[in-house]
Every structure is written in structure tokens, then in C-alpha cells.
Design a protein around this ligand. Structure first.
Ligand code: SF4
Length: 355
């Protein structure tokens, strides 16, 4: 008979952890000790909890574990300032995480699913199809991997400043686990990462945007737009058939009115697909017409990163600059993303679960 799977301690809230310890006849302070070891000291194994009696560690280890991802490979790019980790779930499905270190900040891009069901044609993850939703603990574990790396290295920054939920998967398809992971990371008695440090990126799932609008935590929102008209967008992103541009922008307008938070529209530039000057003009007019206040929106242009087998091209630099200029003419704030990780397949849209 197979043994019952162990409980991942990173999945447990403080209350749940206290319950488990109570079942083991332990006083309340033990739960606090373990919580601190997990979320402040970031221990990766029960044996590292040196302030716990050995017998208790052994007893707990029979039922509990810390994390459930297995690190398969780590690749370095951008002269060591970008690291891409490939983890495996217990069944071998891939999960990728990218740490990007800058002179004054460090960002980790984490996955919320293994694979992705959304099928955007320019994205390597979309080509894998959907494999799994990640648990909150598995999302948190990716963040802790990056933080441990920073603490142990000679990087100029020793602590993560940002977590972006832009890796594999669509976070709003796994809303509850994703949101629980933010609570765990935000816990002032735990990892204590500030509320403004999080950015969630969505393909444009309107119910998720509306739900986030009611969230008291000021999580930053990024929306993958990628086209100024429904025909082009539906060809690139099947989700547009369910949530066309008008309904998407309507939900974003309501979101900004309710929260007064700025949203970022992501726009991946594909040569002669969505990068024509007329499309920049159309996008500028569309955003102005949307009634979203210009101060609360921003367009992030992303020159497409090659994905093997995708019949698409990367926009030439001149076209990228012209597109930006086209948006500026309409008074739409717009920047071109500084790229990271292209050399190791870690850039936007390149995560394909390959070593
Ligand atoms: S771009 Fe995002 S939502 Fe689209 S297929 Fe890739 S991972 Fe999924």
C-alpha cells in the first residue's frame, strides 16, 4: 500500500500549522518557531530546524515536508544576472522560474501553473498545453528559491524587491491558490514582502480583473493586450473570443475607477502582424476612447522573443520605435521593455519547460 502523500508545510496558513502541531501534542509556541524557520529563515529541510528537538523533527518529518518541487536545472544568462530554474512537480511536469537581478533591485518571475491552457500562438508555454494548477506552496517555493539564491550569492542586492506572476500559466485560472500565495508572502510575521511588490499578469480574464478590483491589497495588474482589434487579437489569443477587447477594456476602466491603481498593458510586437503604424494609431485611439485615465495606464511594448517552430517574426527596432511614437501621439504613456534572459530561453513567452 502506498503511504499517504506528505503535507507541504508551505501550503499551510499559520492557523493550519498550529492545528497540525496541536495534533502532535505540541504547545502553541512550536508552531511559531516552525513558521519563523519556514518563512523568515527559509529553511529547506526539517533537519535545518535546529531549535526543535531532534525527536520532534523526526516525528514531523514522517508526515510533513517543506516544498514539493524538485530543482532540475539552473541556467545563467545576462552575465549571471539572470537565472532560470527548471523545477519538476512530483509527476515530472515542468515549472519554470526566472530571477532577474539589477544593480538596485531583484525581481522573480514565478509560474502559477505547469503549462497553460490559454494557447497564445506566440508563447512557448501555450504550446505545452495545460498540465497542472500549482498549489500556493509551490508558488511560494519558487519565490523562496530566488531569495535563498540572493542571500547566498554576491549579487549587489540581497533581497527580492518584486514578485511578478508572469511565468508559466494564467494566474486568474488558478485564482485562489495564486491569491493565497500572496497572503503567505505578505504575512508581516513571515516573509513580509510589501503589498506593492506584486504584479499579476493576465491574458485578459474579465472575471479575474473584476475580482481583483475588490481586493484591498494593492497588487499591480498587467494585461496582455497584444492587438488593437478583435480580429487580430483572436488570431493571436484564443481568449479574445470569450472576452473581446470591448469587454476587457470595460473591466479595466471599472478596475481603475474603483482602485485608482495604474494598469499596464503588455503588447508583444510581431513583425507585420500587429506592429503596423495604423495599428499603433488604432490602439492609441482605442485606449483614449476607453475612458481609462491616461495617468492610470501604461503600455509596455515587448519585442517578441523567438519560440522554436512559431511562424512569427520579431519586429525590427525601427518598427518598435515607430509604434511607440504612434502611441505617444495619442498621449498614451508607453515604454519598451528592457529584455532579460533571451539567451537562456527565459524571456517573456519563452518558458517551455525544457532544460
Ligand atoms: S502568454 Fe501567458 S496566458 Fe498565453 S499561453 Fe503563454 S503563459 Fe498562457
Amino acid at each position: 500500500m502506498n503511504a499517504a502523500p506528505k503535507i507541504d508545510l508551505l501550503d499551510l496558513s499559520r492557523e493550519q500549522l498550529a492545528e497540525v502541531l496541536k495534533r502532535h501534542g505540541q504547545p502553541a509556541f512550536r508552531a511559531k518557531q516552525i513558521h519563523r524557520q519556514l518563512h523568515v529563515n527559509l529553511v529547506a529541510a526539517m533537519t535545518e530546524m535546529s531549535d526543535l528537538p531532534k525527536a520532534l523533527r523526526e516525528e514531523l518529518a514522517a508526515e510533513l515536508q517543506i516544498g514539493s518541487l524538485t530543482l532540475a536545472t539552473v541556467h545563467e544568462g545576462d552575465h549571471g544576472m539572470t537565472r532560470k530554474a527548471l523545477f519538476k512537480l512530483p509527476d515530472g511536469s515542468p515549472v519554470e522560474t526566472v530571477l532577474m537581478v539589477y544593480p538596485d533591485r531583484a525581481t522573480v518571475c514565478v509560474s502559477s501553473q505547469s503549462g497553460c491552457p490559454m494557447g497564445c500562438v506566440f508563447c512557448a508555454t501555450g504550446r505545452l498545453g495545460f498540465l497542472h494548477d500549482l498549489t500556493a506552496g509551490q508558488i511560494v517555493e519558487q519565490v523562496y528559491w530566488a531569495e535563498r539564491l540572493l542571500r547566498a550569492s554576491d549579487f549587489p542586492v540581497k533581497k527580492l524587491t518584486n514578485v511578478v506572476f508572469m511565468g508559466m500559466g494564467e494566474p486568474f485560472n488558478n485564482y485562489d491558490q495564486w491569491r493565497t500565495s500572496v497572503d503567505i508572502l505578505h504575512d508581516p510575521e513571515g516573509f513580509n514582502m510589501g503589498a506593492r511588490s506584486y504584479t499579476v499578469s493576465t491574458v485578459g480574464l474579465v472575471p479575474g480583473i473584476r475580482k481583483l478590483a475588490d481586493d484591498p491589497l494593492p497588487i499591480n495588474l498587467a494585461i496582455s493586450l497584444h492587438a488593437p482589434d478583435d480580429e487580430t487579437r483572436s488570431a493571436l489569443m484564443p481568449v479574445n473570443k470569450s472576452f473581446p477587447i470591448a469587454s476587457l477594456l470595460d473591466s479595466v476602466k471599472d478596475y481603475t475607477e474603483k482602485t485608482n491603481r495604474r494598469v499596464s498593458f503588455e503588447y508583444v510586437l510581431l513583425q507585420e502582424k500587429n506592429d503596423f503604424p495604423e495599428q499603433a494609431d488604432l490602439l492609441g485611439r482605442l485606449l483614449r476612447k476607453s475612458e481609462i485615465r491616461p495617468a492610470l495606464m501604461h503600455v509596455n511594448l515587448i519585442p517578441w522573443n523567438p519560440v522554436p517552430g512559431a511562424p512569427l517574426g520579431r519586429s525590427h527596432r525601427k518598427r518598435v520605435l515607430a509604434f511607440q511614437e504612434g502611441l505617444h501621439k495619442h498621449g498614451v504613456p508607453c515604454t519598451i521593455r528592457v529584455e532579460r534572459g533571451v539567451d537562456i530561453g527565459a524571456a517573456c513567452g519563452q518558458l517551455a519547460g525544457t532544460a
